[in-house]
Design a protein around this ligand. Structure first.
Ligand code: IMP
Length: 432
């Protein structure tokens, strides 16, 4: 168990944070390696709810080191709010959080650009429906290399000059994109960000060396994925994706830990499917059933509060992402949400232009054409929220789990029946 990864297999919001929180005590280090404040991880412990965006869910365990690595983009005011909120809930962070000096920083110009592009300011065809957290523009500057600021740059003597130069260029860009807002004020941004830098300084370090030392010392690491594999920039439903490698392929690049140290990959999916934002979604239910699943599953975004689009479980998509992320086992979350439905559908294949296929298409235009082939499974219509062993679930629920495992081709080792820690059941290699 040198390195275990928790990876979302759908379009995000698969309850990965909850799983990471539960597994944390088995590890020495928890690592967040991609994404940024677009992620929203909710962890419920007893009567307390913690909402995290950048900080790994392992922060709730005082014996674990939490590391935010170079692949993450950090929004300083948001991470400071997270730190303040954790402190107000009595969670100590001083000794167990590290932020990479290589992580890129989100600035107000990124957020303004994200908003303008989403509003159609760039003339792009259909809005991606981003979280408006400046994620795409920040990663864009990282890859473009010229206008990027990393966390470590904020402590350098030329930081003021860089903010001046970048702000001037960004003001021109924002005007070209149709901004009617006031021009960004470089001096104000510098003052604000210097203040943030001072507060973040105790946590900022070279995490790459730290993690390499840890793996070589045989420490156990848990890698916490953000978003889901279908939102992966290279392998997801491009362009309706996020700007990082949200599938298992991103772990090594984002963290700096070589792939050979990763020994187990847990794929997390809901017992149905959700998606926030734009882009095709073959099993989407634009009807009463979709609304019912949304209400039963409280399917509203943690970060933006947007209602999530809901649909049936898509085994074609999950089989694809399971293979892509190299998963060993499935965590099937939110089983309780399906409990009251008289019958449940699973998409077992796609029909595209009259041809039946099990292959997830690489182009969104083909994904848009998909007619899902469904198998109908009788519902179990029994409350499962108090069940504590997978073997004690109603027969119908166990049949559903077995069918998911069969279609995806991997065993189900975790089943969750509610938001609380106690409502998660482990089997196979994860049972303790
Ligand atoms: P961005 O990451 O804000 O650029 O948004 C790109 C797409 O990814 C949009 O469809 C978002 O709704 C989606 N997205 C980003 N982060 C999350 C997440 O944590 N959960 C679910 N969807 C997300």
């Amino acid at each position: 168990m040198a390195g275990t990864c928790v990876i979302g297999l759908q379009w995000g919001d698969e309850a990965k944070g909850k799983l990471v929180d539960l597994l944390t005590s088995r590890f020495d280090v928890v690592v967040r390696y991609q994404g940024g404040a677009n992620a929203g991880h909710t962890v419920v412990v007893g009567d307390k709810t913690y909402k995290l965006h950048h900080i790994p869910s392992g922060i709730l365990n005082a014996n674990v080191m939490n590391v935010v690595t170079p692949g993450v983009v950090i929004n300083p005011p948001t991470i400071l709010q997270e730190l303040d909120s954790l402190a107000s809930q009595g969670v100590k962070v001083a000794e167990n959080l590290m932020l990479s000096d290589r992580a890129h920083v989100v600035f107000p110009w990124h957020i303004a650009e994200d908003r303008l592009r989403n509003e159609g300011g760039s003339g792009e065809r259909e809005s991606i429906g981003t979280t408006m957290r400046g994620i795409g523009p920040c990663y864009g500057d990282k890859v473009g290399r010229m206008n990027a600021v990393r966390l470590g740059d904020m402590f350098r003597p030329d930081f003021r000059e860089r903010v001046n130069i970048i702000t001037a260029g960004k003001n021109r860009l924002l005007s070209a994109l149709g901004s009617t807002a006031d021009q960004l004020d470089a001096a104000a941004i510098f003052d604000q960000y210097s203040g943030y830098a001072a507060r973040l300084k105790p946590f900022v370090t070279d995490t790459t060396h730290y993690l390499l030392d840890q793996v070589e010392a045989g420490k156990k690491m848990l890698f916490e994925g953000a978003q889901g594999s279908l939102l992966d920039i290279d392998h997801g439903t491009f362009p309706y994706v996020t700007s990082s490698n949200a599938s298992g392929v991103g772990v090594s690049a984002g963290s700096g830990v070589p792939g050979k140290w990763i020994t187990k990959v847990l794929g997390v999916c809901k017992a149905y499917t959700t998606r926030v934002g734009g882009g095709p979604f073959p099993t989407e239910l634009n009807n009463e059933m979709g609304n019912k699943i949304r209400e039963l599953g409280r399917e509203y975004g943690t970060t933006t509060g947007r209602p999530r689009r809901c649909g049936w479980f898509d085994a074609v998509a999950v089989r694809y992402t399971s293979r892509l992320s190299g998963i060993d086992a499935i965590s099937l979350m939110m089983m309780d949400v399906l409990s009251l439905l008289p019958e449940i559908k699973i998409c077992t294949a796609y029909e595209i232009d009259g041809e039946r296929t099990n292959k997830f298409p690489s182009h969104v235009d083909d994904l848009r054409k998909v007619v899902p082939v469904y198998e109908t499974i009788p519902g179990w219509e029994t409350d499962v929220t108090k069940v504590r062993k997978i073997a004690d679930l109603p027969t119908g629920a166990r049949k559903y789990i077995d069918r998911v495992a069969e279609l995806v081709g991997k065993p189900v080792e975790v089943v969750s029946v509610g938001p609380d820690r106690a409502q998660t059941m482990f089997a196979g290699s994860l049972a303790q």
